[in-house]
Design a protein around this ligand. Structure first.
Ligand code: AMP
Ligand code: MG
Length: 429
């Protein structure tokens, strides 16, 4: 039996990086960049206005105030998309729109709200602009030649916007691993089969497929194999076309637990079997050539939690991600927790933000089969085996399981009620 950290290390040292493919940026959401992206030109491409107003020379307006306005002569207009081609001379201004190019000669913009029209060909300016005021400088966002996005970056809407800004309609991303999933167990039945006494619905086939999809990979179902070596073997051979093989069930020490030996028969070299963690002890990991193979335990929660610790980081690594692990935060125990595991215990918990602390509370029965406590969980308390009782008030580490945990967005930062907004400000100050 090996420790979880050592097991993770042994898994990840064997994980190959997949190849690249070129796809349209709108297909790239959630994918991982497989190229550095450099800017070929400055963004903004030219100095342009951040306001609707008048492009002018700041010196002309020195000392202007509402009681002592300074009048400038209007010599033209610079619209977004159609720049003013002339020059702004002494005592002159050009009417300008947001995003329009700053004309030659001008070095500041005075916004419409700080002016009053003076006939059709002049404008009265009520303030003195600073040099460069309301000018978005050429290259202030991105400089030509700069590497803006790096290989390994997960692509979110903002990266897609940036790719478009830089003129890229297509982009190289890492391929997504195809993950074959085999569920094993004579007792298992599928959703389209009639349910009968003694049967268990094969939920792992679904939860694992969903975890694969959530990680950004592609599940391939190998169906349900009985606890027989022939059935398991033929389905696993079919699964060899995938990039990764996952099995669930049959890897413990039961009389009908054949998965480890069938995996060996189809060519798996065992790297380790059994990890000192609860839930999820009887995990086997190995490789067929460079293909990673994970024999996950059958208990629904053990399978999911083992997936989180070992399979997800491996899939992310294959897809070129650099950040492989879920976020770990510190939380305070809201109640005593008794850990009878004798090994690292990952306790499903809810997180509650209150009185300036994040509180962790167990979601109920921690049986390896109980999925309900997984449904209710925001994260996993990480309880080392050094203690049996973790008392209320103890600070513990918690691995966050979902991006939709309450900490991700406990409440919107805005409200209809300004008084409440003010109180939020004073709390965070
Ligand atoms: P095993 O690891 O094969 O000993 O299975 C441990 C427990 O998990 C048993 O109670 C099984 O019925 C259950 N189990 C195994 N595979 C699945 C599955 N695919 N879906 C739901 N429960 C399962
Ligand atoms: Mg079984």
């Amino acid at each position: 039996m090996i420790e979880i950290g050592e097991a993770q290390h042994r898994v990840l040292e064997d994980i190959p990086l997949l190849g690249r493919e070129r796809i349209h940026i709108l297909d790239a959401l959630g994918r991982v960049l497989a190229q550095d992206v450099k800017a070929v030109r400055d963004v903004p491409y030219r100095d342009n206005s951040a306001m609707d107003g008048y492009a002018c020379r700041h010196r002309d307006l020195a000392g202007a105030e509402s009681v002592r306005p300074v009048t400038l002569k209007l010599v033209g207009e610079s619209r977004a998309g159609s720049p003013f081609e002339g020059f702004v001379g002494l005592g002159e201004a050009v009417s300008i729109m947001t995003g329009a190019v700053i004309p030659r000669g001008a070095d500041a913009v005075i916004k419409v709200e700080d002016t009053v029209p003076d006939g059709s060909a002049a404008v009265k300016c009520l303030t003195a602009p600073r040099p460069g005021q309301y000018i978005r400088a050429q290259g202030e966002d991105v400089r030509a030649g700069e590497t803006v996005l790096e290989t390994g970056t997960p692509i979110r809407p903002s990266e897609i916007g940036m790719l478009a800004t830089l003129g890229h309609g297509y982009v190289h991303v890492y391929q997504r691993p195809i993950v074959a999933i085999l569920s094993t167990g004579d007792e298992l039945t599928d959703l389209d089969q009639p349910f009968s006494d003694g049967k268990v619905i094969c939920s792992n086939g679904y939860s694992l497929a969903a975890q694969v999809m959530e990680a950004g990979a592609v599940p391939l179902s190998l169906g349900i194999a009985s606890d027989s070596e022939e059935d398991q073997r033929s389905r696993l051979l079919d699964g060899l076309r995938a990039d990764v093989i996952l099995t669930s069930g049959g890897v413990s020490v039961g009389k009908y637990d054949f998965v480890k030996s069938t995996l060996s028969e189809v060519g798996m070299k065992v790297k380790f079997w059994k990890v000192a963690m609860k839930p999820g002890k009887p995990l086997v990991f190995g490789t067929i050539g460079t293909k990673p193979v994970f024999g996950l335990p059958g208990n629904p929660t053990s399978a999911m939690i083992s997936f989180e610790q070992f399979v997800r980081p491996a899939l992310l690594k294959m897809m070129g991600r650099r950040a492989l692990f879920r976020r770990v935060i510190e939380a305070v125990l809201a109640k005593d927790v008794v850990s009878e595991a004798g090994r690292l215990h990952l306790v499903r918990c809810r997180l509650i933000e209150e009185n300036g602390h994040v509180w962790a509370v167990s979601t109920g029965t921690q049986s390896s089969g109980a999925l309900r406590s997984m449904v209710l969980a925001d994260g996993l308390m990480i309880l080392p085996p050094s203690r049996r009782v973790y008392a209320k008030g103890t600070r513990v580490k918690v691995q966050i399981l979902h991006s939709n945990s309450p900490l991700a967005h406990a409440s919107p930062f805005w409200s209809r009620d300004t008084a409440r907004d003010e109180s939020m400000l004073s709390q965070t100050a």
